[in-house]
Design a protein. Structure first.
Length: 255
């Protein structure tokens, strides 16, 4: 009986490792690669303003004038089945008039690929990209309120909620964290001692929505009457929990 049990364990272990080997690996994104040329990233700009500036090896000035419309995509599609992501946002000036401005953390399979760039002004450089999904970080210039929500299909609605006490108008770093478990996007933000409680967006399967388990990851942004916005500390890691799930299922391990 012991021999049979050992044989069963060895067979299941072999099957488990084989299952893990069949899962395609995906390179994680870590920062802007410390490269003045942004190796591995593709930058798009439709406006005639000064181009995006690399402040240092790890921080970029994404927008910096009026009527900016821009996007920045990692050129290697990433596994979006489950993931963790984070980035730091900071504004140093924001016009107090005009339509909403801001940035999005976006995922897309638009036909334009790494050249994708959506509508400007209130479109945040994202509107019109499809299939896609995006977390917005918006500055409502009419009320000086920072808002955020999660949208899909290249359509930005009017349901964005205040992120108070997180405030882009304070001109301090805002760290944004996202975790996706295959169904729910959980978003939290911190700014100094202030914390935005986790918000959960029930989006279902992004892979089904986008028609693929891999997609382009990056940022879009716009400024209306003027907004200087910075991005840094970007990270994207395909979540290994799904691999653990496969091992548990195949090996018959009880947690």
């Amino acid at each position: 009986m012991k021999r049979l049990m050992r044989a069963r364990t060895q067979i299941m272990a072999t099957l488990g490792f084989a299952a893990l080997a069949c899962v395609p690996a995906s390179a994680a994104i870590s920062g802007f690669n410390g490269d003045q040329n942004l190796a591995g990233w593709e930058y798009n700009q439709s406006d005639s303003g000064s181009p995006m500036q690399i402040v240092n090896n790890y921080t970029i000035q994404f927008t910096g004038g009026e009527s900016n419309r821009r996007s920045l995509w990692y050129t290697t599609p990433q596994d979006i089945t489950e993931f963790q992501a984070s980035f730091t946002y900071r504004a140093s000036s924001i016009s107090l008039s005009g339509p909403r401005q801001g940035v999005t953390f976006a995922i897309h399979r638009d036909a334009a690929g790494i050249d994708a760039l959506g509508g400007g002004f209130s479109g945040l450089g994202y509107s019109g990209l499809t299939p896609s999904a995006a977390l917005t970080l918006e500055t409502d210039t009419g009320s000086n309120i920072t808002r955020s929500s999660f949208y899909t299909g290249g359509v930005l609605g009017s349901g964005s909620q205040s992120t108070a006490p997180i405030d882009a108008f304070a001109f301090q770093d805002i760290t944004v964290n996202l975790q996706y478990d295959g169904s729910v996007i959980s978003v939290s933000m911190t700014q100094g001692a202030n914390t935005l409680p986790t918000r959960n967006y029930f989006v279902g399967s992004l892979a089904s929505m986008l028609g693929s388990s891999t997609a382009y990851i990056g940022f879009t942004g716009s400024s209306a009457n003027g907004a200087t916005q910075f991005l840094s500390n970007v990270s994207f890691v395909p979540e290994p929990a799904s691999l653990l799930g496969i091992a548990v299922a195949v090996l018959g391990i009880r947690r």
